[in-house]
Ligand binder design. Structure first.
Ligand code: ZN
Ligand code: ZN
Length: 291
């Protein structure tokens, strides 16, 4: 554990604009050292983010048409998750974390204990550039992994199919994943910050932000204030892109950005529903009736 006199000797000279995050970093390190230095902290942060971001959308789903301000933006308006579906996805996430993730963290901590926390906070530029760089690398890794698991029937069946149990995603289904998929995602999430040697604060901000992006991908609502509407040129796919992946699984493999699907010709756009049932579902029903 540090003390203040040790820290004052270690602080290099920086511009005052570089030190905007220093008070917050000092607060975390001096007031919450046992928590933030724990090897379990990133897992707790990740699961808490998943839970807290998903919960409001579960309430919105359950209220359905009684909440027209949100229901208006539902992508597949005729499909609504049941409480049973929600509990199943949440239960799967809890099970995977308790049985696979936590033991992995314990083993990893034995062989590779986390490095001591640095005394200096990152600058805002370091936080932004490190976060964006890591997000772009993860997006590329998952795009390749995801496409491979859709192209190979064995990989799809044993690893990824479980995530496609639901044609219409909902917030809790973000982590409706096989243990293998969750571990692959966790592996990159740990490796990428180490490769880029980004600051621990950048890693923690990135964990919360990437979980938000993942939950937003699955909420099933094309909300006007979503990130993909705020970021220009359609750089972010958001909920419409990932909803289309669940409807047309051979398209939109990237988790966050849209450039890889554009370059590889696998991009698909949200099909506007023109009636209550939605054209694609109506067409399917018409075909079934015609058989
Ligand atoms: Zn999904
Ligand atoms: Zn998929």
């Amino acid at each position: 554990m540090w003390n203040a006199s040790e820290l004052s000797l270690q602080l290099p000279t920086r511009r005052s604009s570089d030190l905007l995050l220093q008070p917050f970093w000092d607060y975390l390190v001096f007031q919450h050292y046992p928590l933030v230095s724990s090897p379990f902290f990133p897992v707790v942060l990740s699961f808490a983010s998943y839970f807290l971001f998903s919960l409001p959308f579960a309430v919105i789903d359950l209220l359905g048409e009684n909440l027209p301000a949100f229901h208006h933006y539902k992508i597949q308006g005729n499909r609504r998750p049941t409480v049973h579906m929600m509990m199943r996805s949440l239960g799967m996430a809890v099970y995977n974390h308790l049985v696979f993730v936590l033991p992995t963290v314990i083993i990893n901590n034995v062989f590779m204990p986390p490095a001591p926390l640095p005394p200096m906070a990152p600058t805002l530029w370091e936080l932004f550039s490190g976060g964006l760089g890591t997000l772009l690398i993860f997006d590329t890794q998952y795009f390749i992994w995801h496409m491979a698991h859709h192209k190979n029937p064995h990989l799809y069946k044993w690893v990824h199919a479980i995530h496609h149990e639901y044609y219409s995603p909902f917030s809790w289904s973000t982590q409706h994943l096989s243990a293998m998929e969750l571990m692959a995602v966790g592996f990159w999430s740990n490796l990428d910050p180490l490769m880029l040697t980004i600051h621990p604060l950048t890693t923690w901000v990135l964990i919360v932000f990437s979980i938000w992006l993942s939950v937003e991908d699955h909420i099933g609502y094309d909300l006007p204030f979503s990130l993909h509407h705020l970021v220009p040129f359609g750089l972010f796919g958001g909920a419409p892109a990932h909803d289309m992946h669940h409807q047309k699984p051979a398209t939109n493999f990237a988790p966050f950005f849209s450039h890889w699907d554009r370059l590889c010709g696998t991009e698909s756009h949200l099909e506007k529903k023109t009636d209550k049932l939605g054209e694609s579902e109506k067409n399917t029903k018409d075909k079934l009736h015609a058989m």
